[in-house]
Design a protein around this ligand. Structure first.
Ligand code: SAH
Length: 216
């Protein structure tokens, strides 16, 4: 059950969460205010509400997780989202990262490979007033060629390799943030320098559920 209450207690805990991720090194004020604003407990079953403002990933059913707030903030900061940019998000999951991108002013195009989760999250985001441009059920490895190119691409599941299709859908000057490898993954930033050249930077270890082939 999702309860859409946001009490002072929730808000207070959220402030503490923001302090925690600030202390861990997140500096981008826009990212911090998005985290301060979005009621993360809405994205979880109300019986687990107490976990919502701990800086931890949490299971959301179907073997999936809502990413750790620090990780969401870290990826969002690396992405450097500007208002009205087109952002492709692979792995919509609970929709929490999607909501953060919406708060940053992005036009979000999301892909989720689990149909049940996709349907549930699509309805839920509408209900709480976040309006991504497009959410689709599909295979993120393929990206969204019909809507490409994108200014930014964010992958929120662990990719065994960097999918070529995604690189192709990035504008020149665009940035892609993707955790690469098995377990753990290395957070990787790719900046498209020209049609064929990408600059690659790595940012340490993170743990994600795997980016899976095909859909179900
Ligand atoms: N951004 C999400 C993170 C969810 S975990 C959040 O904040 O809640 C990663 C998500 O990626 C899962 O929902 C999983 O089903 C999805 N996923 C895994 N492989 C995928 C693929 N090939 N294409 C699209 N989504 C995928």
């Amino acid at each position: 059950m999702i309860s859409l209450k946001d009490s002072f207690r929730h808000q207070g805990k959220r402030k503490q969460l923001v302090e925690t991720i600030k202390a861990k090194g997140i500096k981008d004020e826009k990212v911090l205010s998005a985290i301060a604003k979005i009621p993360r407990h809405w994205f979880m079953d109300s019986s687990f509400e107490d976990h919502a403002y701990q800086d931890k990933a949490f299971p959301i059913g179907a073997g999936q997780t809502i990413s750790q707030p620090y990780t969401v903030a870290f990826q969002s900061e690396l992405l450097q989202v500007k208002k009205d940019e087109k952002v492709l998000e692979i792995g919509t999951g609970s929709g929490y990262q999607t909501a953060v991108l919406c708060e940053l002013g992005a036009k979000v195009y999301g892909i989720e490979r689990q149909n049940e989760l996709f349907k549930k999250t699509k309805r839920f985001l509408e209900k709480i007033g976040y309006r991504p441009k497009r959410l689709t059920f599909g295979d993120g490895y393929k990206g969204m060629p019909n809507y490409a190119p994108f200014d930014k691409i964010i992958v929120t599941a662990g990719a065994p390799f960097i999918p070529k299709a995604l690189l192709n859908q990035l504008i020149i000057g665009g940035r892609m943030v993707i955790p690469v490898g098995d377990d753990p993954q290395i957070m990787t930033l790719l900046i498209r320098k020209s049609a064929k050249e990408f600059e690659k930077k790595e940012f340490g270890e993170f743990r994600f559920v795997p980016l899976l082939k095909n859909k179900n």
